[in-house]
Design a binder for this molecule. Structure first.
Ligand SMILES: *[C@@H]1O[C@H](CO)[C@@H](O)[C@H](O)[C@H]1NC(C)=O
Ligand SMILES: *[C@@H]1O[C@H](CO)[C@@H](O)[C@H](O)[C@H]1NC(C)=O
Ligand SMILES: *[C@@H]1O[C@H](CO)[C@@H](O)[C@H](O)[C@H]1NC(C)=O
Ligand SMILES: *[C@@H]1O[C@H](CO)[C@@H](O)[C@H](O)[C@H]1NC(C)=O
Ligand SMILES: *[C@@H]1O[C@H](CO)[C@@H](O)[C@H](O)[C@H]1NC(C)=O
Ligand SMILES: *[C@@H]1O[C@H](CO)[C@@H](O)[C@H](O)[C@H]1NC(C)=O
Ligand SMILES: *[C@@H]1O[C@H](CO)[C@@H](O)[C@H](O)[C@H]1NC(C)=O
Ligand SMILES: *[C@@H]1O[C@H](CO)[C@@H](O)[C@H](O)[C@H]1NC(C)=O
Ligand SMILES: *[C@@H]1O[C@H](CO)[C@@H](O)[C@H](O)[C@H]1NC(C)=O
Ligand SMILES: *[C@@H]1O[C@H](CO)[C@@H](O)[C@H](O)[C@H]1NC(C)=O
Ligand SMILES: *[C@@H]1O[C@H](CO)[C@@H](O)[C@H](O)[C@H]1NC(C)=O
Ligand SMILES: *[C@@H]1O[C@H](CO)[C@@H](O)[C@H](O)[C@H]1NC(C)=O
Length: 294
C-alpha cells in the first residue's frame, strides 16, 4: 500500500516535472494596455495544458478581480490613477511566468503647446499648435472657440484657418481646449490682431466748375478680398482746398453697384480740391481711398 502511494506520488511528481520543465507554453500572454480613466480593463492569459490553472500576479498587489478556469485566467479591473503603472504577470504555479505587461491610465489631456497664430490674408487667420502628450493609441480632440464660433477637431489636425463671417479690425481671442474620453483637459489662449484689407480707388469721370461750386461725378471702385463682407453703410467724400475742408456723406448706396459706386457730389468751393473717400461698413470697418487732386 505504502509503495503504491509512493509510486503514485513519484509519478505525479514526474508528470508535473515534465510539464513544468518546459512543456507548458502560454497561448495567450497579457499585453500592456493603454486606457482612459474609468475604463474597464481585462488581461487574459491561457496555457496549452488544461490540467493547470494559470494565475495573475500584480504589483502593486490586490488589484482587480481574477477569474480562473482550467488552462485560462482573466483579470478585470477599473482604470484609476491608483492602478496606473501596475505590473501584470501571469504564471503557472511552480511553472513558467510570462514577461510583465503594464497598465497605463490616461486622464483628461494636458494642454497644447506652442499655440501661435497670425493673420493669414485679408480674410482669414491661421492658428497652429503641438498636440499634448497622450498614451500610445489614445486620441485627443481640440475644441477651438473664437467669439461665438466653436469647432471640434480630431487629433491628426494641428492647425486651423478661421475666416470670420464679419471680419472686423480687432484682436481676436482664440481658446483651445483639449478633450478626450476622460473629459476636458486644459484651455490655452492667444490673441491674433486682424486688419481687413479693402482696396478703394476713387476716379473722377466728369466735373463742372461753377461760380461757387464744383460738381463732380465720381466712381468709387471697391475691391474686397473676402466674400464674407458686411453691408456698406455710407461713403464720406472729403474735399480740402488749401484753406477749407468739406465733407459730404452719401447714405443711399445701392447694392447693385456695390463694386463700382457712381456718385455725384457738389463741393461748395470752386478752388483746387484734394479729395478722398471713406467707406463705412456695418461692422465698424472703414476703408480709405486714394486722394486725388482736382
Ligand atoms: C505546449 O507547448 C509546448 C511548447 O510549444 C509543447 O512542448 C507541448 O507539447 C505543448 N503541450 C500540449 C499539451 O500541447
Ligand atoms: C499614468 O502614467 C503615465 C506614465 O507615467 C502618465 O503619462 C499618465 O499621465 C498617468 N496617468 C494618470 C491618470 O495619472
Ligand atoms: C476663453 O476662455 C476664457 C477663460 O479662460 C473665457 O473667459 C472666454 O469666454 C473664452 N472665450 C471663448 C471665445 O471661448
Ligand atoms: C474624428 O474621428 C472620429 C473617429 O476617430 C470620426 O468618427 C470623425 O468623423 C472624425 N471627425 C472629423 C471631423 O474628422
Ligand atoms: C496644417 O495641417 C495640415 C494637416 O492637417 C498640414 O497638411 C498642413 O501642412 C498644415 N499647414 C501648416 C501651414 O502648417
Ligand atoms: C470616474 O468614475 C467616478 C465614479 O464613478 C466618477 O466620480 C468620475 O467622475 C469618473 N471620471 C470620469 C473622468 O469619467
Ligand atoms: C468642454 O469644453 C468645451 C469648450 O470650453 C465646452 O463647450 C464643453 O461644455 C466642455 N465639456 C465638459 C464636459 O465640460
Ligand atoms: C489666457 O491664458 C492665460 C494663461 O496662459 C490666462 O492668464 C489668461 O487669463 C487667459 N486669458 C483669457 C482671456 O482667457
Ligand atoms: C470761382 O468762384 C469765384 C467766386 O467765388 C469766381 O470769381 C470765379 O470766377 C470762379 N472760377 C471759375 C473758374 O468759375
Ligand atoms: C456712416 O456710417 C457710420 C458707420 O455705420 C456711422 O457711424 C455714421 O454715423 C454714418 N454717417 C452718416 C452720415 O450716416
Ligand atoms: C452749391 O452746392 C451746395 C451744396 O453743395 C448747394 O446747396 C448750392 O445750391 C450750390 N450752389 C450752386 C450755385 O450751384
Ligand atoms: C484723405 O485721407 C487722409 C488719411 O488717409 C486724411 O488725412 C486726409 O485729410 C483725407 N483728405 C484729403 C482731402 O486728403
Amino acid at each position: 500500500m505504502g509503495k503504491i502511494i509512493l509510486s503514485i506520488a513519484i509519478n505525479v511528481f514526474l508528470l508535473m516535472n515534465t510539464y513544468v520543465s518546459g512543456s507548458i507554453s502560454f497561448t495567450i500572454v497579457p499585453e500592456t494596455q493603454y486606457v482612459y480613466i474609468n475604463d474597464t480593463v481585462t488581461f487574459k492569459c491561457a496555457i496549452n495544458v488544461t490540467q493547470f490553472n494559470p494565475s495573475f500576479v500584480t504589483n502593486p498587489s490586490d488589484v482587480g478581480s481574477e477569474l480562473s478556469s482550467t488552462g485560462m485566467a482573466s483579470l478585470t479591473l477599473t482604470a484609476t490613477s491608483e492602478v496606473n503603472g501596475t505590473e501584470v504577470t501571469c504564471k503557472v504555479s511552480n511553472g513558467p511566468t510570462t514577461e510583465p505587461a503594464y497598465l497605463y491610465v490616461q486622464g483628461p489631456p494636458d494642454s497644447v503647446s506652442s499655440f501661435t497664430g497670425y493673420q493669414l490674408d485679408s480674410c482669414c487667420m491661421f492658428i497652429s499648435w503641438y498636440p499634448p502628450f497622450t498614451l500610445p493609441g489614445l486620441t485627443v480632440q481640440y475644441i477651438i472657440s473664437v467669439g461665438t464660433d466653436q469647432q471640434y477637431l480630431n487629433d491628426s489636425i494641428t492647425n486651423y484657418t478661421y475666416c470670420p463671417m464679419n471680419p472686423t479690425n480687432k484682436q481676436y481671442l482664440f481658446n483651445i481646449t483639449t478633450t478626450n474620453k476622460a473629459g476636458n483637459g486644459s484651455t490655452s489662449n492667444i490673441t491674433v490682431g486682424f486688419q481687413s484689407t479693402i482696396d478703394v480707388e476713387l476716379y473722377v469721370t466728369d466735373k463742372e466748375r461753377g461760380n461757387v461750386n464744383w460738381t463732380f461725378h465720381f466712381i468709387v471702385s471697391v475691391h474686397q478680398f473676402c466674400t464674407n463682407v458686411p453691408p456698406l453703410m455710407n461713403i464720406t467724400l472729403k474735399g480740402c482746398t488749401k484753406d477749407n475742408c468739406y465733407s459730404i456723406t452719401n447714405v443711399s448706396i445701392s447694392n447693385s453697384s456695390y463694386n463700382n459706386i457712381s456718385l455725384v457730389v457738389q463741393f461748395p468751393s470752386n478752388k483746387t480740391l484734394n479729395t478722398n473717400a471713406t467707406l463705412y461698413y456695418q461692422n465698424g470697418v472703414t476703408a480709405q481711398s486714394n486722394t486725388i487732386t482736382i
